[in-house]
Design a binder for this molecule. Structure first.
Ligand SMILES: NC(=O)C1=CN([C@@H]2O[C@H](COP(=O)(O)OP(=O)(O)OC[C@H]3O[C@@H](n4cnc5c(N)ncnc54)[C@H](O)[C@@H]3O)[C@@H](O)[C@H]2O)C=CC1
Ligand SMILES: O=C(CO)COP(=O)(O)O
Length: 323
């Protein structure tokens, strides 16, 4: 049995993917009403509408019910992960961390938050270009599964692979995490360009310059270039910077159209992780002397600056060498 912690879009989609071969899955929802709806109707209309869930997915709002699962996929919003893990039942199950973000305040990656909350559990990170509704629908998807322990990583890859869900093993945990966290911030920027009707050239340029930022930050934290250029970095960056399906891109799109971040975030039921990651990423980059102008621009927009002013500032920076 596999446990899934968090019954939002991604947790529900992963539960469905894991259950696609008849595997028993226990899916923890914070809200008892969400767990009841899943068990009563085999759907999660609040977070993953249009998908009928496998009968082997059982939802619960009692986190203690996860005790019997042999591994847990952790799929809460990044800012809530530490708090949720601290309430989970004792044990040493491996944790596969699927949330994408950096903890505000502490500036820790999820791979640093989880062991502090749950020291006996080994960890792995699952990240890549994975829109939840596509995974839930069984469309082909490849992800990075990063684990510092190669034997455990190999075991987990075998355990979670499904015919249309293909994990690639890596030992670069930090690299996998940085790609997933940073691309959410860059997707907001690309959404702004699209919302402000600034054209496809601008969006492609932002993806490339954003990738340069992701690479600089990754290098400073010890990530491998090949990880940043792989599924969890460039792969996810391209996905989320290209589609209104991305919540982060959609947030940026609204800002580009002239709405304020506060208004757009106030309306949200679902998480746009980039809004939480941007300020902490900027602070970490500033402290380390890493140039991240796109990230800084996203922070200014989230703080209420006018899109036109922020874009003008970005474009009027001194000309410089590309690499
Ligand atoms: N939706 C997607 O396509 C993908 C999402 N992710 C990542 O997975 C994580 C979860 O995202 P989604 O499932 O899409 O989010 P979502 O917005 O669909 O759902 C969030 C879930 O977290 C719960 N929640 C909110 N605050 C909480 C708290 N304080 N404690 C515990 N639970 C809380 C909500 O009740 C809801 O069930 C994020 O880090 C996201 O970046 C990663 C890959 C794909
Ligand atoms: O991480 C994702 C796809 O890989 C989902 O992106 P959004 O959170 O922007 O919807």
């Amino acid at each position: 049995m596999i446990g899934v912690i968090g019954a939002g879009a991604w947790g529900t989609a992963l539960a469905q993917a894991m259950a696609s071969n008849g595997e028993d899955v226990v899916l923890w929802a914070r809200d008892p009403a969400v767990a009841d709806t899943i068990n009563d109707s085999a759907t999660n209309p609040a977070y993953l509408p249009g998908i009928t869930l496998s009968p082997s997915v059982r939802a619960t709002s009692r986190i203690g019910d996860l005790a019997a699962a042999e591994a847990w996929l952790v799929v809460t919003p990044a800012q809530a992960m530490g708090e949720v893990l601290r309430t989970a039942p004792a044990g040493d199950q491996p944790l596969i961390l699927c949330c994408k973000g950096i903890e505000a305040g502490t500036r820790r990656l999820m791979s640093e938050v989880a062991p502090a909350a749950r020291p006996r559990s080994p960890i792995a990170v699952l990240s890549g270009p994975t829109f939840a509704h596509e995974v839930a629908a069984g469309l082909p998807t490849a992800v990075t599964l990063a684990c510092a322990d190669p034997a455990l990583g190999e075991r987990l890859v075998q355990r979670i692979a499904r015919p249309t869900f293909r994990p690639y093993l890596s030992d670069d945990v930090v690299g996998a995490e940085i790609g997933g966290a940073v691309k959410n911030v860059l997707a907001i920027a690309c959404g702004v360009v699209a919302g402000a009707r600034l054209g496809e050239n601008g969006r492609a340029s932002l993806i490339a310059r954003g990738f340069a930022e992701m690479s600089r930050f990754g290098r400073a934290r010890g990530a491998r270039e090949s990880t940043i250029a792989g599924l969890s970095g460039l792969g996810d960056l391209v996905l989320t910077c290209s589609s209104q399906r991305s919540r982060n891109f959609a947030l940026g799109f609204g800002i580009g159209e002239g709405r304020t971040a506060a208004e757009l975030l106030g309306d949200r039921r679902t998480v746009a992780e980039g809004a939480f990651t941007a300020p902490v990423l900027r602070a970490a980059a500033d402290e380390a002397g890493i140039d991240m102008p796109v990230t800084a621009a996203v922070c200014d927009l989230l703080a209420g600056a006018q899109a036109a002013d922020v874009i003008r500032t970005l474009l009027s920076r001194p000309l410089r060498a590309e690499a």
